[in-house]
Design a binder for this molecule. Sequence first.
Ligand SMILES: [Zn+2]
Length: 399
Amino acid sequence: MLSLLLLLLVLGLTGPGQAENPPEPIPLPTPVDVGTWPEVRVLVHRGNTPVTIRCSEGVQVRESGQEPRALEEIVLVPEAGQVAHWTFSASAPLELEGRTYRGTLEACLEGGTLQVINRVGLEDYLRGVVPRELLSSQFEAVKAQAVLARTYALAHLKGPEARWDVRDDVGHQVYGGVLAEHLVSDRAVRETAGLVLAWEGSLASRVVFHSTCGGCTEGNENVFGTPPVSYLRPIPCLDQAGQPACAASSYSAWTLEASARELGQEVGRSLGKPPLAIRALEIRQTFSSGRVGRLALLLEGGEELELQGDDLRRVLRLRDSSGQVRNLPSTRFLVEPDQEDGKIRLSGSGWGHGVGMCQWGAIGLAREGWRFEEILERYYPGTRVLGIAQAWPGALSPP
Ligand SMILES: [Zn+2]
């Protein structure tokens, strides 16, 4: 009898009723000091004009085939036909054309083009990235951005066969070096040191983010045409009241307009074609997020031209409320029916491609008390915040 009672107790503890309870939260990994490794190689200059590298403490210059020397500044003049490679180091940040960088600089001259690369420890790199991507009094949103920026950078590290890993502009992550650094983002980088976003235990290497979704994010396949990624799904971006969490963004609602003739000229220019005689626009497909998948430009004479996905942002250019001609901020829009003034008018919401974390939404959720790992796990369903050594065991040892 006693053994039967024990058996019932055991069944009761492990039965279906218990399984419905949420699992015990797994404690967040402790931030770890990853030192200066891994290092990120950032392309910070590319051109064919002279550049000056200097440091008030003196610059150690190493040039291929020559003895190292110490100078206060050096001017590199790209000459056609010259092939050269320099490395620059100093006991203080190095200056390059009014910008300042931690770590070392490398310059390569080839085919008359000079490339300058900043080799910088991952955490110092993030200090120059996070404030350029998201700086807010909502600290948990800044921490979420720090984890994302770290994950993104690690996912873009290339092997020794490549000269650099990332550019310093919107093509990758905007990086401003020491001049961009800010106390708030420095603290966010420090408090999340070594933390990354992981999918099934490995680095979530496809993370992307954007400014403002307008109320719902988008699946990667609908924007980039790439195979669906499990954690880049359309996610409602709503606050507790059911309103868009990104409503504080100045792009939460917008209107653009143009005459058919003006739009035809702009589309022609974007496509490298003569001006198009546009009669009207017709939306052919809208995704569940509210983004336009296919749009037809109906032309005089019965012809038409169909545009798809993110091409719409590149090709369509109309005037904003200040009269400035600009690209479509997002593909989440409606074509307003026939206008009395004959103009084509689009009203929409959002800024950016709409995939992954909505930065203004993260700020909105942080304001409601969400922690950075909760924000990330919401915008990237199925992911977890892990320590870099767990998500990528080889990351902490130099190759
Ligand atoms: Zn949003």
